[in-house]
Design a protein around this ligand. Structure first.
Ligand SMILES: Nc1ncnc2c1ncn2[C@@H]1O[C@H](COP(=O)(O)OP(=O)(O)OP(=O)(O)O)[C@@H](O)[C@H]1O
Ligand SMILES: [Mg+2]
Length: 319
């Protein structure tokens, strides 16, 4: 058992090293990405251009021996460009399914908010059910299936804001932000010849990732910590500044992600601190503020901080 645990952590460590060699100074964000990977959750990376979003996802895809596809979204993209199409085959006198890019392990959906609402909704089924329906036929996606999407918050022209239902299907949403001065110089030096992502070697395969995902389910969640999660989510539905609170799906997402976050830190039980760290990237995109609250200067982050202040943290941990 102990030996297995050590081997598991070595895989996590190798993935982390790979990602950190490409995207510098973003250890916490990389941990969030690995949390999503091990919890089997989809990620939305939102940030201004040139902050390393695509490179980070590419680095993860290259680190895992599996299938990787990329969709560059634009308003002309059709749902069947994602799911695939059935084409009539005259010789066989029947329809043959030609799979779309969604039939992959890691799907990078770049600039997702440039796809039309109709095309975005084609992704919904894939994200939630891990299958797509084409001409009434159901096609299972390979496992693991992870959708990593990017969007740019500045450039709103020609974009389609993601509907709430779509946002709720992303387990985590976070941004990378600028590196600090010293890191930015290190980046300049590290990319002076070839980009480190180009020479990255796979350090895990899909079987190993599936096995780690299974083990995350066994991470221990003490009753008090489980209730802490429930209380936080329920408080978002009562808070006077919040118009739309977090869904029961987010309760499950927070629980599952907290277990994965504990796992990647080599712990076999969840601490209240794991939950605290994950509240902004997990609940932030699922709540909406009242317009009066926004006018008064309230932000989603400040509303969540206020929620957290009102929920009692469990103190007595049995382990
Ligand atoms: N923290 C960082 N560490 C290392 N490289 C970085 C960092 N931030 C940005 N870069 C580098 O900046 C370049 C642009 O990154 P990338 O293409 O991933 O940006 P992006 O966020 O996807 O931008 P866009 O929104 O325009 O698609 C890459 O060479 C990437 O390695
Ligand atoms: Mg990009």
């Amino acid at each position: 058992m102990e030996g297995n645990r050590k081997a598991d952590l070595e895989i996590v460590q190798r993935l982390q090293n790979n990602l950190e060699s490409c995207i510098l100074g973003k250890r916490e964000e990389i941990k969030l990405l690995l949390t999503a990977l091990l919890a089997g959750g989809h990620v939305l990376l939102e940030d201004v251009p040139g902050t390393g979003k695509t490179v980070l996802i590419k680095a993860l895809a290259r680190s895992i021996k599996g299938q990787y596809r990329r969709i560059q979204c634009n308003p002309d993209l059709l749902p069947t460009d994602i799911t695939g199409v059935s084409i009539y085959h005259p010789k066989m006198e029947s329809f043959v399914f030609r799979p779309g890019p969604v039939m992959t392990n890691i799907l990078l959906t770049d600039e997702i908010n440039r796809a039309t609402t109709k095309t975005q909704s084609a992704l919904l089924e894939a994200m939630e059910e891990h299958h797509v329906t084409v001409d009434g036929e159901l096609y299972e996606l390979p496992e693991p299936f992870l959708l990593l999407a990017t969007q740019n918050p500045i450039d709103f022209e020609g974009t389609y804001v993601l509907p709430e239902a779509q946002l709720d299907r992303f387990m985590l949403k976070f941004s990378l932000g600028y590196p600090d001065e010293a890191t930015e110089y290190r980046m300049l030096v590290s990319q002076s010849k070839v980009h480190p992502v180009e020479t990255l070697e796979p350090v895990a395969d899909t079987e190993q990732i599936l096995a780690l995902q299974q083990k995350v389910h066994d991470i221990y969640l003490e009753e008090e910590v489980g209730k802490y999660i429930v209380n936080i989510v329920r408080k978002t539905r009562e808070h006077p500044s919040i118009f739309l609170g977090a869904s029961p799906r987010s309760t499950l997402a927070l629980t599952h992600a907290a277990k994965a976050y504990a796992f990647i830190q080599g712990r076999d039980f969840v601490l209240p601190d794991d939950v605290k760290t994950l509240v902004p990237p997990i609940l932030g995109h699922r709540i909406l503020l009242h317009s009066e609250a926004r006018l008064e200067g309230m932000t989603v982050s400040s509303a969540l901080r206020s929620v957290m202040e009102q929920v009692k943290v469990p103190v007595r941990m049995q382990r």
